[in-house]
Each structure stands twice: as C-alpha cells, then as structure tokens.
Design a protein around this ligand. Structure first.
Ligand code: ADP
Ligand code: MG
Ligand code: ZN
Length: 623
C-alpha cells in the first residue's frame, strides 16, 4: 500500500479567523464612509463676502454663479471652474441682495442637494448600527464558540503532527539507541506492512515508552511521526480526564475512529498514567470517569482488526501504577525502556543542543557530560539554553566554558544569591559548616570526591559542598551509603565542635532531613538494616494517596519500632564517625574554613591541597 500523505484535518480551525475577518470588513466600511463624507464638500473654495461677489458680478468680472440653497459658488473671469464661494442670506434671492438682472453673468440655480449632509446624516445612523451589530455578532460568536466547545467536548483534542513544518527525526534524538531501534521497527511496520503480513507476523498494536521525566519520550514519539510519514494523533492522558462524565470515553472513541480513517497512522497517548492507573483502587468519586476512559482504550485496542494499521504509542514515567490490563499481550505488548543517558549519550545530547550555538574553543562538552551524571536529556537541554543566556548577558559573541559551568551550577544547585547578606558571624559559621562536610567527604574512602565548596548562598542554602562521582554508577553499597550519611552530618558536627552543642543553627536542617531519608531508604526499601537485613518494607501502592491512608501497613508495630531503631542507629553511627574525623583533623578544618572565608569558593584541587595532611582516623573506619 502506498503511504498516504497526512490528510489535512479541520478540527484545528481557529475561531480567531472569524473575528479578524469581521473586524476587517467593519474597518473597510468605516473608511468608505469617511472617504465619501470627507471628499464631497471639499472643493477647497475661498470664502469671500457676498457684497464683493455682487459688485464684481455687476461689473462683469465673474462668468458664472451657481446658487445652491444659500451657498454660492463663484467662477471668476479667466477660470473654468468655481474657485470662490460665498453665502447669501437665508430666504432672500441673490437679486434681492443687489445682483442686477442684466448683469453679464451666467446664473444657475441648482436645487439644494444634500449629498454631503445626507451622507453625514446616514453615517451617523449607520455607523452606530454597524458597531452595535458587530458587537452582537462577536458576542454571538463567542457564545456559540463556547457552545461548540460544550457540544464538541466529546471530540478528542488530538493534535495532528507529521504535517509539521519542523519535523523531528531520529537524528535529533541523541543516545537512546535501543529505544530508537525498537521504534525504527515500528516505523518499518507502518511503511511496509505487506512485508510483515506476508510472513504472517502480527503487527504490534501498542508500544509503551517508559522512562524518567525528561528522557525524551515525547521527543522520540514525535521522531516516529517525522520518520514514518503517516498521520500522528497525539493526545495527553490528562486531556481525557475532564470534569464531565463520559467525556473521556467518547474522546477515546473519536480519537481511534479518526486514526482508523487515516490509517496507516499512529496514536500517541502521552502521560498515559493519568488515565491508565490500576482500576478499583482509591476512594471517592472521579475514578469512575477515569476507569471508563481506560476501559474504552482497552476496548478500542481489542477492536483492532489484524490489518488495522494503527499503532498506539504511549509514554509514562510510572509504569508501576499502570493497570495490568493495559500491559497484556495484544495491547501494549511492547515496552521500550528509556534510561537516563550515560556519559557518552550525555555528550551526544549536549552536542545536539549546542549544534546551533556559537561556542569558543574552551568549551569542553565531554567534561560537562562527565559532571552531569543522573541528568536527563531535558536537564542537558536546559543547561545548554542557560549557557547561551549567561553568555548573552555578558554580551559575548560566543559561549565559553565559564558560561557552561555557571549554567550547570545554576541548574544543579540553584542560582547564586550574592545579594543575600550574611553577617560575619554567620559567614564564619557557614564556612565551618561547609568545611565540615568537605573534610568528612574528603576523608571517607567510599564517598565521592569533593568537587567544589562555596559559602556563596545558592538557591535556598547558605553554602554548598558539592560531591561528584568520578564516573557513572548504578548501584550504591551499604558502605557508600554510610559514608554519604557521615558527610551529610559533617556540617552540623563541625558547628557543634567549634561553637558548642547549644550554638548549632538551623542551617543544618536540610542536611539532617536528607540523612534521615537516606537511612530510612536503606532500612525500608533496600534491605540494608542490621537486624532487618534483606527484608523490604516498602509498600508499592502506586502512589495512591487514599491507599496509604486506608490500608494497613504491611508490617507489625514491633517491626515499625525496629525500623525506627535501626534508622536511629545508622544516624548515630554516622554522627560518631563524622565527629571522630573532624576532631582528629581540627587543623585541616580550621585551614579549610579560613580559606573559604577568604576565597568564598574552593575547587577540587584547592581542597585536596589544603587537606593533604588530613588522615582518616581508624575509629572512623568501617573496614
Ligand atoms: P519526556 O517526554 O520523556 O518527559 P521530552 O521528550 O519532553 O521528555 O524531552 C524534553 C526535552 O529534552 C526535549 O524537547 C529535548 O530538547 C530534550 N531531550 C531529551 N532527551 C533528548 C535526547 N535523547 N536527545 C536530544 N534532546 C533530548
Ligand atoms: Mg513527555
Ligand atoms: Zn550542610
């Protein structure tokens, strides 16, 4: 079968056109009226006194007089059209004013015409009518538009891509090689269905794109549309779910019937978790509607004939909450996982986003890629854009590596807030706090190395100590977690050792919360407790609030107590390790804090140099 070009569809028609058209005609009408009214009395005649006219006429200096009402147009000798005008008294003829009957002048009496004034009169009636009519017209249209919306809300709001001017191709998606391979297959199904049918292969009905937010799911789906060159109906899951009962289901029907009519075609349901959550969980209203919508999707997908060339793509970042019925064979039977990009892929993504940005020779995308472990494609796109903004702000022609670094830091930890004033006391305390994090992190063998320490307020924090993994890693060991806990507490411990236990500040609040979260995660989700090792107490309830409130915990009160105890032990152990490290390396701490007060920001090399004599005491060792 030949590939049909994307049909133009009319559900995108803009109401704005009507309004513009109406306004256009009204302006034209006004211009015409104004023109007529303006042109007619405007022969630009000179006003002269009537007595003058009469005496000149009697003397033969005037060839022609045209009298119209009380107005007299005067054509003097030597002229072939009127150049002057005058006004006679109302109710008396020009002869009564003194024009001799035998005066050598051609006298014409024109019946009083009212063109000018009539037009003005008409205009003054018609223009308001037009204006009022126009206002009514617009109000009607608007009301009707709303009506149409109310009538048409069963229609899907699907947008049609593929006919776009700016097509996205697989080449615009960097990395994600395996996902691209899967989707290239889909494109091939759509382009050459015969090839697969001949071998009796069943074309997949649904492909689910699963990945963290910002990993390029939507982008990939649009690339499929661009590559397959078939109509592509895109709708977001949340658009199915609106206040009115039954809307979602009828939108689904409408969407699928449009797609079938335009087959071969692609339906893309973005954020499918908005409608595709597990049914029958949760309380209260509103869920019925969602379930009906989901049921309708299932019905429609089951209703595909074997030769229906419609493929449904769907994207989600919460595959765990999806209704199992969606994942059954014959529905979304293919799943494509899109991972956070690895270093090579991050570099490739950065290259895509720097393609059209002028950069100077200092820019090192590979280095940036190395630093951005855990960033999604969207984060990287964001960094690229921010770098351009930073460079533009300093009126540079090209983006430099400094711009890149500051863009990255701005996005990773928030913008610098140099304006936030800290008094000297607070500044010193911040320096000790950050130095505490840095020295513990630096000495703990399984912590990531210190990348940067600063006491310039950033985002919500007073200062930042920043650790970066030297390379991507996917797993974290108990020992690594424990080192992270210790360095997280390092700030508070340093404050305590320098200023005394009762002088510690609220500056460590978020550190402590972070540490507690990690400890709980270790015990509850990762089976890394001591007594409770290898058990997971995490209950996967699909993020349903109501479930969490109504269902029982899947463990006993005794276990809950045990969990709390183990969490407390982890924190305590970390605090002791941090305290030992700092006490035994007090000189290093002081030197680091001093350097911070002086320089405000210290890079990795500088920290290493300052702390070159610091040593991990054996009491802080885990092995
Ligand atoms: P998702 O739908 O997975 O949340 P998007 O597809 O909306 O993510 O991605 C957001 C933006 O991030 C894209 O518009 C693109 O600029 C950028 N992006 C994400 N992944 C990639 C990639 N692999 N290559 C290039 N750009 C990417
Ligand atoms: Mg998306
Ligand atoms: Zn801190």
């Amino acid at each position: 079968m030949a590939i049909k070009p994307p049909k133009s569809v009319n559900f995108n028609k803009k109401p704005g056109n009507w309004i513009r058209l109406g306004a256009f005609w009204i302006i034209i009408a006004l211009l015409v009226f104004a023109g007529i009214a303006f042109l007619s009395p405007s022969e630009n005649l000179k006003d002269i006194a009537l007595s003058d006219v009469i005496s000149r006429a009697n003397n033969g200096q005037i060839t022609k007089l045209e009298v119209q009402g009380n107005e007299i147009k005067v054509t003097p000798k030597g002229s072939d059209k009127p150049t002057e005008k005058s006004v006679k008294q109302d109710g008396s003829s020009i002869q009564e004013q003194g024009l001799k009957t035998d005066a050598p002048v051609e006298l014409t009496i024109v019946p009083p015409s009212t063109t000018g004034s009539t037009i003005w009169g008409l205009a003054s009636i018609i223009i308001p009518i037009i204006v009022i009519a126009a206002i009514f017209f617009f109000m009607m249209r608007q009301a009707q538009g709303q009506n149409n919306q109310a009538m048409g809300f069963g229609k899907s709001k699907a947008k049609l891509y593929g006919a776009d001017k700016k097509k996205i191709a697989f080449a615009d998606v960097a990395g994600s090689e395996s996902a691209k391979q899967d989707l290239e297959e889909v494109v091939d199904f759509l382009k050459h269905p015969k090839k697969y049918e001949a071998l009796g292969a069943r074309i997949p009905k649904g492909v689910l794109l699963v990945g963290n937010p910002g990993t390029g799911k939507t982008l990939l789906a649009r690339a499929v549309a661009g590559e397959a060159n078939v109509p592509f109906f895109s709708i977001s899951g949340s658009e199915f779910v609106e206040m009115f009962v039954g809307v979602g289901a009828s939108r689904v029907r409408d969407l699928f019937s449009k797609a079938k009519k335009n087959a071969p075609s692609i339906i893309f349901i973005d954020e499918i978790d908005a409608v595709g959550r597990r049914r029958g969980s949760g309380m209260g209203g509103g869920h019925d509607e969602r379930e009906q919508t989901l049921n309708q999707i299932l019905v429609e997908m089951d209703g595909f004939e074997n030769d229906t060339n419609v493929i449904v793509l769907a994207a989600t970042n919460r595959v765990d909450v999806l209704d199992p019925a969606l994942l059954r064979p014959g529905r979304f039977d293919r799943r494509t996982n899109i991972m956070l990009p690895e270093r090579k892929d991050r570099e490739a993504i950065l290259k895509v986003h720097f393609k059209n940005k002028p950069v100077d020779e200092t820019v090192n995308l590979d280095k940036l890629a190395a630093k951005t472990a855990g960033s999604s494609g969207a984060d990287l796109a964001n960094i690229a854009n921010e770098a351009a903004i930073v460079a533009a702000k300093r009126n540079a022609k090209k983006i430099s590596n400094v711009d890149l670094t500051s863009a990255f830091e701005k996005i990773a930890i928030g913008p610098e807030r140099k304006a936030r004033i800290m008094n000297d006391k607070e500044k010193q305390m911040t320096a000790y706090h950050e130095a505490g994090h840095a020295i513990v992190g630096h000495l703990m063998p399984d912590s990531d190395p210190v990348h940067k320490v600063t006491i310039i307020p950033r985002g919500a924090t007073g200062g930042v100590t920043w650790f970066l993994p030297p390379e991507d890693k996917n797993y974290t060991s108990v020992i690594e977690f424990k080192d992270v806990l210790a360095r997280a507490l390092g700030g508070r411990i340093a404050e305590k050792l320098v200023y005394g236990a009762d002088y510690v500040t609220t500056g460590a609040g978020s550190d402590l919360r972070h540490a507690t979260e990690i400890a709980r995660q270790m015990v509850i989700e990762e089976g890394m407790g001591t007594g409770l090792r290898d058990q997971v107490f995490h209950e996967d309830n699909g993020g349903m609030m109501f479930d969490r409130m109504t269902h029982e915990r899947p463990y006993s009160d005794d276990t809950a107590k045990e969990i709390d105890k183990e969490v407390a032990e982890l924190i305590k152990e970390a605090a002791i390790r941090a305290e030992v490290v700092i006490t035994k390396n007090r000189a290093g701490l002081d030197k680091l804090a001093e350097a911070l007060l002086k320089e405000e920001t210290l890079e990795e090399d500088k920290v290493n140099e300052i702390l070159k004599d610091a040593k991990l005491p054996k009491e802080a060792r885990l092995y």
